[in-house]
Design a binder for this molecule. Structure first.
Ligand SMILES: [Zn+2]
Length: 477
């Protein structure tokens, strides 16, 4: 949970409050990794002059599934080594105290410690399966894109030839994502320098002319954008047919899973029957086979998600510290958890196991109370919106809480941007899909304006006092 700190802007002297986080647990907050890698954690932006800088606070990152505890302990965490160790000790204790006894494992006592943010982030990427080479290539690609955008079009040819080994599908998708982000910014009325925009468009056209693979990707992403703007079964089939590779089909299946129903496959069959040639019909059949295979993989992933929640319910039934067990698994307490536990209650009642049904009901009650208390309403609503099946369901959800709809849009934007940053295309698309639904609702309700940023919820003071290179942080007593 984020806390709030008062900071003073080093440039203009303005004082303001900003969210700070020193304990990141991926089981409590499933967006923690993406937010951290996306540079969204402990970064303050001055509301008066716009100056932004990292706060450079000690940070303990915990991924229980990988049994990993990583500590970022910058030199600014204390004047002496002893002071820094005290800061580290406080964070470790805070993490320990948040866990029920049976969850306190040995590795937590000795977190891997990093003095620089760079090495800390590198290690987290490594845990996520992104090795140093992949990361280096990724950085080299963004440097290349940056260089292209800053160079004159006449230099593009030679720049690309010099780094021909970096011209690959990920480079293409990064460029397309950049274009998409800028278009989104514009749609929200954000300010973008005219020449910057022109240069980007020129570069996109240059790529489209030069690389057929880029053109295919561009068409695929346009088909998806078209679908997101106004979902129909015909557009859904169209979007699948436009995807160049199996991985792209996988991603689209994950994104549109709830729509892959009887009507969708009917539409597909119609397309196959009306194909102008046998060759085209066979191509469409191949796409359909891939969609079916990808759908099976999603079903399998969902089964795993249910199992994870069943395991948590089992732990809850055994523990003496229900509240802590719930809190330390907050990320798993979602609609699927509620459905799963409701299913168990129904079964227990059928089997006349009164005692079990009552215990499960009391767990359910505690879980619901906890998430309503701990999570800001817009975060809860954003979660529900993300899990919604279609635009109609999103509209129903927003109808119940119209006053926070705009805040939900802001949150979804952040989620999409963070997922994009991390290379999680599916997550980004999913957030954008629902964001489009929320925007449609806002437009229909005459609230198309800019979404306010979500506010931090808790108001405990930050653990440590630190004067970083930028903002001066003072502890709120
Ligand atoms: Zn300022």
């Amino acid at each position: 949970m984020p806390t709030v700190a008062r900071v003073t802007c080093p440039r203009c002297g303005a004082q303001f409050q900003t969210a700070v986080e020193q304990l990141l647990d991926v089981r409590v907050d499933p967006t923690a990794t993406e937010r951290l890698l996306g540079g969204l954690v402990n970064v303050a932006r001055c509301p008066r002059c716009g100056f932004a800088a990292p706060l450079d606070l000690p940070l303990l990152y915990h991924d229980p599934n990988k049994e990993a505890a990583l500590l970022y302990l910058p030199l600014s965490a204390g004047k002496t080594e002893a002071e820094r160790q005290q800061a580290a000790g406080r964070l470790t204790r805070r993490l320990m105290d948040s866990l029920p006894k049976e969850e306190r494992k040995g590795y937590l006592f000795q977190p891997e410690t990093f003095v620089t943010m760079e090495s800390f982030i590198k290690r987290i990427y490594e845990l996520e399966g992104v090795g140093p080479e992949v990361l280096e290539r990724r950085q080299a690609r963004s440097r290349l894109l940056q260089a292209l955008l800053e160079a004159e079009p006449a230099q593009w040819e030679s720049l690309l030839e010099e780094q021909a080994d970096l011209v690959d599908k990920p480079l293409f998708t990064t460029l397309l994502a950049l274009e998409e982000q800028i278009r989104e910014l514009q749609a929200q009325g954000g300010e973008i320098a005219e020449d910057e925009l022109r240069r980007l468009k020129q570069l996109v056209d240059f790529f489209a002319e030069r690389y057929p693979d880029f053109r295919r990707l561009q068409e695929a992403s346009r088909a998806v954008a078209e679908l997101l703007r106004e979902p129909t079964y015909a557009r859904l089939v169209e979007a699948f047919v436009a995807q160049p590779d199996e991985e792209d089909i996988d991603r689209l299946v994950a994104l549109t899973f709830d729509q892959l129903d009887y009507h969708f496959f009917n539409e597909f069959v119609r397309r196959i029957e009306e194909a102008p040639s046998e060759e085209e019909a066979e191509r469409l059949r191949e796409v359909r086979r891939r969609v079916l295979a990808a759908r099976d993989r999603v079903v399998e992933a969902q089964r795993k998600a249910v199992e994870e929640r069943l395991a948590l319910i089992d732990k809850l039934l055994r523990t003496e510290e229900v509240e802590k067990m719930l809190r330390s698994h907050l990320g798993l307490i979602d609609d699927l958890f509620l459905q799963t536990i409701n299913g168990l209650i129904a079964t227990a009642e059928e089997e006349n196991d009164r005692a079990l049904a009552d215990r499960l009901r009391s767990l359910l009650d505690q879980a619901v109370k906890l998430i309503t208390r701990l999570l800001p309403p817009e975060v809860l609503l954003a979660r529900q919106v993300l899990a919604a099946q279609d635009r109609a369901e999103v509209a129903r959800l927003l109808d119940e809480r119209p006053q926070i709809a705009a805040a939900v849009a802001g949150l979804l934007e952040e989620i999409a941007a963070a997922a994009e940053q991390m290379g999680d295309k599916t997550g980004a698309d999913r957030a954008r899909l629902r964001l489009a639904d929320v925007r449609a609702w806002l437009a229909a309700h005459g609230e198309g304006g800019a979404a306010p940023s979500p506010s931090a919820s808790a108001s405990q003071a930050a653990d440590d006092e630190a004067a970083s290179r930028g903002f001066i942080i003072s502890t709120k007593k």
